[in-house]
Design a protein around this ligand. Structure first.
Ligand SMILES: [Zn+2]
Length: 150
C-alpha cells in the first residue's frame, strides 16, 4: 500500500471509529461499566476535535489523490526548422527548458524566440510541458509569461 492510500485508510477508519464513539452510547456504556463516568463530560471535548482531525485527514488524502491524477502532458514535439524547413520530432525534457536546438537536417542552431522559454515553444507544434500544464489550467494561452515557471 502506498503512503497516500495508507493515509486515506487511516482517515476513513479514524472517522468511522470516532463517529461511532461520538454518536452511539458505546463509549458512554463502557465508561459507565468501568466506573469512570466522571470522564463523560470530557468525551465530547476530546472526540469532536478528533473527529475533525480524521475528517481533515480523509479530505486531505482525497485531494492529494486527485492532484496526482492530473492528465499527463505530451512529451513529444515536432520542431520545424526555420533554416531548412524540415521537421524533426524530439522528446522534451520535463525538468528543464531547452533554449537551443541543433537541427538534425542542416545543423543550424535554433534559438528560442524572444519571450519564449524554449525552442519547442517557438518552433514546435506542441509547447513545452510547463506551458501545457499552464494552458490546461487556463492560466496561460501563450508562452510569453512562462519564463518564471521554467
Ligand atoms: Zn534545419
Amino acid at each position: 500500500m502506498s503512503m497516500k492510500s495508507r493515509q486515506f485508510t487511516t482517515g476513513i477508519i479514524g472517522t468511522i471509529v470516532t463517529a461511532i464513539c461520538c454518536f452511539t452510547p458505546l463509549l458512554v456504556v463502557s465508561f459507565g461499566l468501568l466506573g469512570v463516568s466522571v470522564w463523560l463530560g470530557w468525551i465530547d471535548i476530546v472526540l469532536l476535535p478528533l473527529l475533525g482531525f480524521f475528517l481533515a485527514l480523509t479530505v486531505h488524502s482525497l485531494l492529494a489523490k486527485k492532484k496526482k491524477n492530473e492528465p499527463a502532458v505530451a512529451l513529444r514535439s515536432t520542431l520545424t526548422c526555420p533554416e531548412c524547413g524540415k521537421r524533426s520530432t524530439e522528446i522534451m525534457p520535463t525538468d528543464a527548458c531547452q533554449f537551443f536546438y541543433d537541427c538534425r537536417h542542416c545543423g543550424a542552431v535554433l534559438k528560442a524566440l524572444p519571450g519564449d522559454c524554449c525552442v519547442y515553444c517557438s518552433y514546435g507544434d506542441i509547447p513545452c510541458p510547463p506551458i501545457q500544464i499552464a494552458q490546461k489550467e487556463g492560466a496561460l494561452t501563450s508562452c510569453h509569461n512562462c519564463s518564471t515557471s521554467c
